[in-house]
Structure formats: structure tokens, C-alpha cells
Ligand binder design. Sequence first.
Ligand SMILES: C[S@@+](CC[C@H](N)C(=O)[O-])C[C@H]1O[C@@H](n2cnc3c(N)ncnc32)[C@H](O)[C@@H]1O
Length: 250
Amino acid sequence: MPGSTRDHYDRLAASYDENWAAHCEAFNGWMSERILARLDLRADDRVVDLGCGTGIFSHALATQVHEVVCADPSPNMLAQLPKASGALVPVQASAEDVASGRVRLPYDHVDAFLIKEALHHVPGRDAVIAGLAGLLAPAGRMLVVTLPTMVSYPLFRRALEVFAEHQPDPADIAEAMQAAGLAVEMTYETYRREFARDRYVAMVRDRHMSLLSEFDDAALENGVREIEREHPEEVLEFDDRFAFVLGRHP
Ligand SMILES: C[S@@+](CC[C@H](N)C(=O)[O-])C[C@H]1O[C@@H](n2cnc3c(N)ncnc32)[C@H](O)[C@@H]1O
């Protein structure tokens, strides 16, 4: 992965759960239910959470299977994986490493890959999807959870534009899975978010989304002022819409 992405997550690792886990328990429960309903896991399935980050959703997968391989290129994100449960097996690797066989997983075949909000970081996405599809066992599943190119976050205008420029279209991900021989289903679901404005602004200042690393301190402060001008309300409410792209090995 590019050094800038790696630096972003290595820096963010310590505050990632504070931004996304501690204050978003209801969201994490909502998202976990949707992931588990789609992956339809059996206890002895070989499961890989690719781009697992701090393991928020690996933990949900581990409620249904004996073991989850948690792969991520950022050592600092992996260091945040909950240690109490031996069910989470860390592997330092990018999706490209796994797809190309540069890094071997503990299994030759995989029953379920989860790739949640990580595929936008992956270079050579279509080839990586094809490589991962080649690792699926018969009836294996690959679930990509990703944001659409247009989001309705209360960010500043330039940040939303940069996001749209970089975010892959979920329809293209579905097409790449199909080209790799998987049967694909794509669905969208929306979660209503609520953040105290001060808390949201603090997250923006912490560059909680990787796209905010594209802005230097002065540009970010201008952006924060724009958010405060456009959103005088104390509580920010907005829709968080996700695409769930599920590919099944025939
Ligand atoms: C927004 S976080 C999502 C983490 C986790 N999946 C979640 O939903 O909580 C993106 C993660 O993708 C990882 N990542 C970046 N480049 C990657 C790559 N090329 N392959 C796999 N993961 C990557 C980052 O290190 C980071 O942990």
C-alpha cells in the first residue's frame, strides 16, 4: 500500500476505536448483523477479515466461527486487535499480498472473505479481486462493504469532492467479481448517524477518514470553519449509506 495510507493508519490506530468503536456501538451492532446475515457462516468456516483494522468486525465474525484470520498491512492497527480471545489470528499483509500469494494464509482455501471499507486503498483492484476469488473454496463467499462515491457526510465541500474522485464505484467492484467467475448480489443499506457537532469536528481534526490526510493543517482548519458555518446545529444527523457486494463461488 502507498506509504501515505500506511502512515495514516499507523498514526490513527490508537484513536481509531475511540472514533469508531467506543461511541458507535449501536452502529457496529447494526453493521455486524448485516455482515453476518450475508456471510451465513458455519462454525468451522475458514474466515479472513481482510483490511481488518483494529478488528471491530473480526470480533463479530468470531462469534460464529472458531477462528478468524485478521489481515492488515498496518502493524499499528493489528496491534489494537483484542488479545483476550485467541480466536483472532493476526497476519500482516495487504490484499495484494494475499491475492498474489506473496503472503500465505494459514489455509489453502477460504470459505469467507470480509473486506470492509478497505478495498478503496487497494491498487490493481480487479486483479486482486480475481486473485482472492481464486482462493475461495467451493461455495465460498467474498463480501465487500464499501461506501458509494457520493456520501452525505457533513464534511466541507472540497473533502466531499476528493472523496468522490477516489472512491471506487460499487458497481465496478460487482463487475470485477463477476469477471472473476463469482455470482454477485449487490444491496444497499442506510444507517442514520448522530454526532454531537463538537465531537464530529474533533474527529475531522483527527483526520478520522483517510481522505482528510490529503489536506494540510491550514486547509483542514478552513474546512472545519466551513463545517461550523454550514452546520450551526448542536447535533449533526446524516445518512450513512453502504453497498454490500457479495460474490459467491459457484
Ligand atoms: C477504514 S479502515 C477499515 C478497518 C476495518 N475493516 C473496519 O471496518 O473497522 C481501512 C483499513 O484498510 C487497511 N488497508 C490499507 N491498505 C490496504 C491494502 N492494500 N490491503 C488491505 N488492507 C489495507 C488499513 O490499514 C486499515 O486498517
